[in-house]
Design a protein around this ligand. Sequence first.
Ligand SMILES: O=C(O)CCC(=O)C(=O)O
Ligand SMILES: [Fe+2]
Length: 340
Amino acid sequence: MSIPINKMESALIPVIDIRPNNPNAAQQLLEAAANHGFVFIENEDTGIEPADVNRMFELSKQFFALPLEVKEKVSISSNKAGMNWGWLKRGVETLDPATQTRPDVKEAFNIAELIDGEFQQPLPDTLQLHGQTIADFHQKCHCLCERVLTHFAVALGIDDDWFTSRHDQSKGPSGTVLRLLYYPLVDGLEDGVDIRAGAHSDFGSLTLLFQQAGQPGLEIKTPTGEWAAVPIDPSQRSSAESTKTRPLPILVNIGDLLEDWTEGLLQSTVHRVVFPKADGGDRFSCAYFCHPLDDALLEPVPSEVVKEYASSSGKELARNGKLITAKDHLMERLAATYTL
Ligand SMILES: O=C(O)CCC(=O)C(=O)O
Ligand SMILES: [Fe+2]
């Protein structure tokens, strides 16, 4: 089976219904991931209710509004247990260090996966009070990622659980984090110098990205090297139809590891977040970075579809075929982008 490859020039990201009544979901997801690296999933029976997303945004706003000294107590550099959990103040992350002269204009709070139902890091009271809500959201995001990963396995003709067994949180730790993001509109920004999030691809397998109406800024790099805005709501709604009757779809982004595993068939597309052109305000977003188990090897998947693609694309294997683990990859990327 070969898939039509049609690398697109604009951010016309497909919207796919992954409910069981769509028999073509697996193939549609694969084509979208190969051609765009981004795909919207209709938020129907995904397990993530719009109210769940709204609650996370409410908690996020409360968190970022806390006094600096409270956020400092849960800061990433004060957390000895792990390198990627906690609050990142402005200045810590520069997602495109080769190009940016100043760090990303943002704050973030990374909440690691729970182990045996326990948070692995200190949370401020504001969040601790809603620990169950956050734990449930983590779990719901993980379940949706598992569904998408299963569809990819089906479309690639490999064991259905090839990816999910490598994301089985009961088998060991992973780099999975739920990240709350806050991009403040601050004074003294320089056009062409400051950016909310520099150009990058995501470090894990899949990212679920939640955005809010009226807070644009995400852009993806097209194959011609131009930037195209990613809509917050890609559907053509009639004015009578509100997000109450049809919730915003969920944006899914292919990360580096799925690209490695599939020898470049699935695309870890470069993206960035820019300041709004006019009349914009703050932006809040929320990303679920789904990572495989730390010791998962980034070997090519045993798929004929991938083999066929690899031989026709003539692409070099990532790192000249040297096998590394998911954790090695994450640590490399964090070392390049964090200043702690
Ligand atoms: O805020 C966004 O929309 C995107 C954030 C992002 O790309 C990231 O943190 O990796
Ligand atoms: Fe990203």
